[in-house]
Design a protein around this ligand. Sequence first.
Ligand SMILES: *Cc1c(COP(=O)(O)O)cnc(C)c1O
Length: 488
Amino acid sequence: MKVYDKLIFELSRPGRKGYELPQNRFEKNALKDLPADLLRKEEPELPEVSELDVVRHFTNLSSKNFGVDTGFYPLGSCTMKYNPKINEEVAAMPEFTALHPLQPADSAQGALELYYNLQKALSNIAGLAEFTLNPYAGAHGELTGLMVMRQYHISRGDEKRRKVIVPDSAHGTNPASAMVAGLEVVEVKSKPNGSIDVEDLKPLLDENVAGIMMTNPNTLGMFETEIMEIAKLVHEAGGLLYYDGANLNPMLGKVRPGDMGFDIMHINLHKTFSTPHGGGGPGSGPVGVAAHLVDLLPNPRVKKDADGKFYVESGEKSLGSISSFLGNFGVMMKAYAYILSLGKENIKNVGPMATLNANYIKESLKDDYLLPIEGACKHEFVFDGLKDKSTGVTTLNVAKRLLDYGFHAPTIYFPLLFHESMMIEPTETESKETLDEFIEVMHKVAKEAKEDPEMVKSAPHTTLISHPDETTAAKKPILSYRQLKANS
Ligand SMILES: *Cc1c(COP(=O)(O)O)cnc(C)c1O
């Protein structure tokens, strides 16, 4: 059966309807003032369906999706943690949602206070002087942070510094953001244990260095133990340290990037601070900086005067504006609710629990899956596929087979350091029972790979769609029923 046949939803019947419009909503002749070329010439081709048809259609469609609310989602470098529902309630409060971004600050004190407090909370968590919450996403935060870095060197008359050092294990957005910021990317190699090779770094540190971008723990989930040495070397060479804090989970309450010597960082609220992402976005990528860079942060900024009143200001030395108004405010409300509901004490457990969960899975599975880097990881780790390579079952096959068992696949084929990367991040919000179930299924798949490799290679067997062409699915997605019909 073709996908189209399984997806049939031609429910329309001429004349059927499920709505009632108010009568005389518009003056009878209201349309006569509209220019003729703006008027519709044909009837719109809308489905004619009853209300019940619509409700069932969309409810059934929604249940075909996999989400963090329906199952375990061990996607490494993505921090798919539970999105507490209290966050959603807070973000839906009309006192906030009905605000207009142009209304006077006097009449929006509560919202500005929330922005200000969240910015202060993040500064405390990160050990940096100040944050802007304006960027819309992690990559946007990176771009903003790199613009701060560039602006810093320019403001010191040191224009030639354009070189940004990025480790070979970095998230793809790092080099991309540096390019977009007009900087030049130079790669630094990892040692076999996944951490930065300081000897490889030293010769790169010259008078053209703008800075280094690092993720710590790195994308292999390993803590860079030589970070203090690296920070010293980069600073001595006149460069700045940028910290990719998209997934700050393992560090929460334990270690602060500012204390490690970092000057600039971004955090993904839609990862570390439990706000939804992926199709559930939008996101937010706040950027924090050390004291000597505060004036360069983007406009506008939220400040508090001596009387405790909040106001919005645009600084003269700022690199300019990178978003409309103050960014994605709804996301900030959710992150703030998360921080407040955990509180100062409980937030300290996030890092240790995320770390414990990842190590538990790693140690439980390393008999069946190839662990290229031994030792304690932080919030995530990487397997290099199945240990037994003789079956021909790949990481992609394992990932697909997991779907049959109701688990989302881990991140696969990233980082690029290994051929069969399988990057697993359980997060701190999963119970031991869920982790045990996942471990059991992973063992089962390894066994199936030996006993019936063809069955694993043709998985998934239970999903509506099993093997889309991944390139066209991404580049030429079929987004409507009509398109699907035309393509079938
Ligand atoms: C997710 C992620 C990013 C990018 O964040 P977006 O919000 O998707 O732009 C950057 N770095 C790391 C390590 C990430 O995991």
